[in-house]
Write a protein that binds this ligand. Structure first.
Ligand code: ADP
Ligand code: MG
Ligand code: MG
Length: 207
């Protein structure tokens, strides 16, 4: 796999498309343990991203990812905006001025994203957040090299298992933490949107 700037924009547009398709589902999940806006927040953010990056085909991959991050921070009001925004900005820093990415950039990009979210939100695994989907995926991608599509498939599966795992645990961060034990039994919206994005990337590079 080699992904140039124009193809990176296409991948991000596919992420935006799948977020859009899951808007109501994500909002429904957030209505159980939050304030019923996660799908609305993510949809609004990625609509803005879509427009912002449409003319960036001649820019390097780092600049594109950083623009995604800054757009999410400035358009999404909820907790997820600064968290995912920081993730994309960190990913952009990690990639730098490259004009082409390959499979071995995946662990670098996603590890930088994970560290960004942890730095900003101070959450660890097991607290019913985005981290519960993202960290298991990063662990898979870092376990062997070179990275290939099979390993990415396994990483997406690990993220999906992470989403399932959030159903059984107590939320310790964000709005859902106000519910304490009553948050048990509900799937975390942020972990779910993270899985949806990873699955979108997998689909995009698989075809
Ligand atoms: P808000 O809670 O401000 O309405 P959203 O509904 O858009 O924002 O996002 C909620 C999601 O954000 C949660 O489901 C959770 O996964 C994620 N989240 C909240 N706080 C943190 C944190 N400190 N670290 C990582 N993820 C978090
Ligand atoms: Mg919310
Ligand atoms: Mg909110």
């Amino acid at each position: 796999m080699a992904v140039n700037s124009a193809e990176l924009i296409e991948i991000i547009n596919l992420i935006a498309h799948d977020i859009q398709e899951n808007k109501d589902f994500l909002t429904e999940l957030d209505s159980a343990i939050g304030d019923a806006d996660h799908g609305i927040n993510m949809s609004k953010g990625f609509k803005a991203v879509n427009e912002k990056i449409s003319t960036m085909g001649d820019k390097d991959c780092g600049s594109i990812l950083k623009t995604v991050g800054m757009t999410l921070v400035s358009t999404v009001g909820g907790a997820s905006g600064p968290l995912y925004g920081t993730a994309f900005m960190r990913a952009g820093q990690a990639v730098g001025a490259k004009k082409e990415l390959d499979f071995n950039d995946l662990p670098i990009i996603l590890d930088a994203a994970l560290e960004g979210i942890k730095m900003r939100g101070k959450a660890e695994k097991g607290e019913k957040t985005i981290i519960d989907a993202l960290e298991p995926a990063v662990e898979v991608l870092k376990k062997s090299s070179p990275v290939d599509i099979k390993l990415m498939e396994e990483a997406v599966k690990a993220a999906k298992d992470g989403v399932e795992y959030t159903k059984g645990i107590i939320a310790k961060k964000g709005r859902a933490s106000y519910l304490g034990e009553r948050s048990i039994g509900h799937q975390d919206p942020g972990a779910t949107s993270c899985y949806i994005m990873l699955a979108a990337v997998y689909k995009a590079i698989h075809d």
